[in-house]
Design a protein around this ligand. Structure first.
Ligand code: ATP
Length: 292
């Protein structure tokens, strides 16, 4: 028995860091948005009981370090099955980009195995299990538009009243999320998002005001080190983006557009400069099963 799933990327329409907790984690407030850019995961039952990972890219480890492997092992232990799985990852989401590529793969594995191993778990059960793998995993399972608080695992859905086009552009290097948080001095944050306003604009479908209110406090850490981040933002704005910020801890920058033609032109221009540029759209659900 097998299943094929879309494992979708996310962007952050805003990120605020409110403080550091005793355990070293940061207390955040982020507005998360699923986008159409996705990896394809094919999962087949492995009668030997083993979990195997294969991918069409050498950019990710294909062994127990892969978060998809960790997700499968967690599910296997949780339900106490002797079944196994072959997992094949077709990577399209840039790696180490701030788009939760790994977390969304974990989300797809939990969703897929729940079906093919007939575990009978609810979406909430899967989300509770997912947080053990990473703070973004529960969001990636459910998807859509959400306010994420705590370490990113406390989710409140936001009722978005219109979709928009998104151009994402990743320069040719990756950034470690851990490093960015390590270098963040909360007392030095100069500009914070007004998260309530961001939510209000999303609910009212006021894309222009939303675009103008997007702020990511992690940008100042990543931008200081890599000037190309500011450069991409400028290019996005020059190409008629309504607003442009960095997603996650970077280095990917995205721009939002109401108009498809503008988004399409921006994609072509940015792609001529940075190969990993994609045109996509906001989506209302996370992991999607499309075969099986
Ligand atoms: P986030 O936005 O959640 O911080 P990210 O997009 O910045 O995530 P990922 O693409 O998830 O980062 O990759 C981070 C690291 O995880 C990389 O070093 C990568 O090698 C490793 N990794 C392990 N498994 C996967 C996977 N299935 N897909 C992508 N990266 C993986």
């Amino acid at each position: 028995m097998g299943i094929k799933l879309k494992s979708k990327a996310k962007i952050n329409l805003s990120i605020d860091v409110l403080g550091k907790m005793e355990d070293g984690y940061h207390n955040v407030e982020m507005v998360m948005q699923t986008i159409g850019l996705h990896d394809i995961l094919t999962i087949e039952e492995n009668l030997s009981g083993e979990i195997t990972i294969k991918s069409d890219t050498s950019n990710i480890p294909c062994d127990e370090r892969n978060i998809a492997y960790k997700a499968a092992r967690l599910m296997k232990e949780f339900i106490g099955t002797d079944r196994g799985a072959h997992i094949y990852i077709q990577k399209r989401i840039p790696v180490g980009a701030g788009m939760a590529g790994g977390s969304s793969n974990a989300a797809a594995v939990l969703t897929g195995l729940n079906r093919i191993w007939k575990a009978g778990l609810s979406e909430n059960d899967l989300m509770d299990m997912g947080v053990k793998l990473g703070a973004d995993v529960p969001f990636c399972i459910k998807g859509g538009t959400m306010l994420a608080q705590g370490i990113g695992e406390k989710l409140t859905p936001i009722k978005k009243s219109c979709d928009f086009w998104v151009v994402v552009c990743k320069p040719n290097f990756s950034i470690s999320t851990v490093e960015v948080y390590k270098n963040l001095d909360i007392s030095e944050i100069s500009e914070r998002p007004d998260t309530n306003k961001v939510i209000e604009y999303i609910e009212n479908g006021d894309i222009k005001s939303l675009a103008g209110s997007m702020v990511n406090v992690l940008e100042q850490v990543s931008e200081k080190r890599y000037s190309v981040i500011s450069h991409i933002k400028e290019k996005m704005m020059h190409q008629k983006a309504l607003g442009s910020i960095m997603t996650g801890s970077g280095p990917t920058v995205f721009g939002i557009f109401k108009n498809f033609d503008d988004a399409h032109k921006a994609e072509a221009k940015l792609k001529s400069l940075w190969d990993q540029t994609y045109l996509t759209k906001t989506e209302d659900e996370g992991v999607e099963v499309y075969e099986g």
